[in-house]
Design a protein around this ligand. Structure first.
Ligand code: ADP
Length: 245
């Protein structure tokens, strides 16, 4: 079963569509990088894929179900661009935030030692064990993103959705963050990533989607570099760091 599947997906906040006629399939284990200029509909597409917006026409399916009807939230880890999400203002520790990832599995039961172990392992995976007792509100941007990923791992999410996760994060932490993503992808997680740095996407993703309202390119990073989609999307060919001509 495909993780994500859309058919003629179209949506506009007004009468003018900002996402138009998108046909997209994401298979389990894929790492899809989504690029396109500002305002090209990338975040809107993610929201449609997650069922947070209702399409005007066409459809989006998530794990085979209509995205808007999908209610198995723990299968998905969502790391938004803004770091001011719910827990960032709450006086909770990193350990507690990650343990929250276990709540959907616990139901009305109690947190068990097994849940605590899974949270500990998730913290270890993202390299945050040493900060487990620090308050989330006192973390740097990069540490906070790692905490959210650890929470998704503790929840045993199958799909990780990231909307420009490294905005406002220092360069060194950005590099480490993408190393971590690559490891998680290798481990089998399906990843959807919106990223403004085209070079990072070309380097890291297994598939690239380039859009500007409509899909301009969908295929391998190598083919993307050779294509005219970049120039079409941005109006001129931006230099792709780290990619030789
Ligand atoms: P991107 O993520 O590529 O920057 P967005 O999906 O955020 O693009 O936005 C696509 C278009 O939709 C832009 O023109 C933006 O101004 C508009 N838009 C985004 N969110 C809203 C909203 N909540 N209400 C009205 N217009 C919106």
């Amino acid at each position: 079963m495909n993780v994500v599947e859309t058919r003629n997906l179209t949506f506009g906040y007004t009468a003018t569509p900002v996402v138009e006629d998108v046909n997209l399939t994401v298979e389990a284990g894929e790492f899809l990088g989504i690029v396109g200029p500002n305002g090209s509909g990338k975040s809107t597409l993610l929201k449609l894929l997650l069922g947070l917006l209702e399409p005007d026409s066409g459809e989006a399916r998530l794990f085979g179900e209509h995205a808007t009807a999908f209610d198995d939230g723990e299968r998905i880890g969502y790391v938004a661009q803004s770091v001011t999400t719910d827990t960032s203002e709450m006086p909770i520790t990193v350990r507690e935030a990650v343990l929250m990832g276990r709540y959907p599995h616990v139901g009305f039961g109690r947190i068990t030692e097994d849940d605590r172990r899974k949270a500990r392992e998730a913290l270890e995976t993202v390299g945050m064990s040493h900060l487990a007792d620090r308050r989330v509100a006192r973390l740097s941007g990069g540490q906070r993103q790692r905490t959210y990923i650890a929470r998704a791992l503790a929840a045993e999410a199958e799909l990780l959705v990231l909307d420009e996760p490294t905005v406002g994060v220092d360069a060194e932490s950005v590099a480490a963050f993408f190393e971590l993503l690559a490891d998680l992808h290798e481990f089998g997680l399906t990843v959807l990533l919106i990223e403004h740095d085209v070079g990072t996407v070309v380097e890291r993703a297994s598939t690239v989607l380039c859009m500007n309202r409509e899909v301009l390119f969908h295929g391998s990073p190598d083919d993307f570099v050779e294509s005219t989609a970049l120039a079409e999307a941005y109006g001129a060919t931006p230099k792709i760091m780290g990619v030789s001509e």
